[in-house]
Ligand binder design. Structure first.
Ligand code: ZN
Ligand code: FE
Length: 257
């Protein structure tokens, strides 16, 4: 049995610990101490670290973890991460034998230049997508272009509909507030807000979410929907119509939200 446990860390990060009875793999350890605590509590041996991109809130715990556990560190081939031992990019497969999990690497640039995601299709469809696709939102474009980010989101949205999205931040409620401005008539979005509010009141993560729900409610995956295009055009001087321009305008207004 595979468990995927969220360690809530720093301001609003999720560090994902994928584990069976004996071994664990950690995704984006921004800080080491709560990870070590969980590993010791559950008597787990760490067998690998996976990083999606170089930002400190995703890699800051690597060094301390490596002092306790000598494990490989997988990360984006096109980024500099000091402790990385196994640089990977799209087309690479990672066989995590200790937890019987095979991961395919996807290039998802935009948030950062070399950002990658890790996808598994067995036993279930799951993706660890860092700061690319968020629950009802998407990451900021720090190093890449809107076109790159748009294409990365499109790539993720082509995964199987039941893929569970394990993103790296709890931003759902704030993202829904923005989405409601862009897409006010979307009934599923309103329902999603109620569900998410209930979870957060009980301090339960809203992550993971299925890709099918993202496709219905995440405005950044809905840039070809007439209602989204109309909203963006009504709020823009240059009347964007193509999906990438609509996406860029949406991302820009989210930056100012
Ligand atoms: Zn980041
Ligand atoms: Fe982050």
């Amino acid at each position: 049995m595979l468990n995927i446990y969220p360690v809530y860390a720093l301001k609003d990060n999720y560090i994902w610990i994928i584990h069976n009875q004996n071994y664990a793999v950690v995704v984006d350890p921004g800080i080491a101490s709560p990870v070590i605590e969980y590993l010791e509590l559950k008597k787990l041996r760490l067998s690998a670290i996976l990083n999606t991109h170089h930002h400190a809130d995703h890699t800051g715990g690597n060094k301390e973890l490596l002092q306790s556990y000598a494990v490989p560190v997988y990360g984006p081939r096109n980024e500099f991460i000091l402790s990385m031992t196994h640089p990977v990019s799209e087309g690479d497969q990672i066989n995590l034998q200790e937890i019987s999990l095979n991961l395919a690497v996807l290039d998802t640039p935009g948030h950062t230049r070399g950002h990658i995601a890790y996808f598994a299709s067995n036993p279930i469809n799951i993706v660890f997508c860092g700061d690319t696709l968020f629950s009802c939102g998407c990451g900021r474009i720090f190093e890449g272009t809107p076109q790159q980010m748009y294409q990365s989101l499109q790539k993720l949205s082509q995964l199987p509909d039941d893929t569970l999205i394990y993103c790296a931040h709890e931003y759902t409620l704030n993202n829904i507030l923005f989405a409601k401005i862009v897409d006010p008539e979307n009934v599923e979005l309103i329902e999603r807000e109620i569900t998410a509010q209930k979870l957060r009141h009980k301090n339960i993560p809203t992550i993971p979410t299925p890709l099918s729900l993202e496709k219905k409610t995440n405005p950044f995956l809905r840039c070809t929907q007439p209602e989204i295009i109309t909203h963006v055009q009504n709020n823009s001087a240059n009347f964007p119509a193509d999906p990438i321009s609509v996406f860029a305008a949406l991302r820009q207004s989210k930056n100012n939200f």
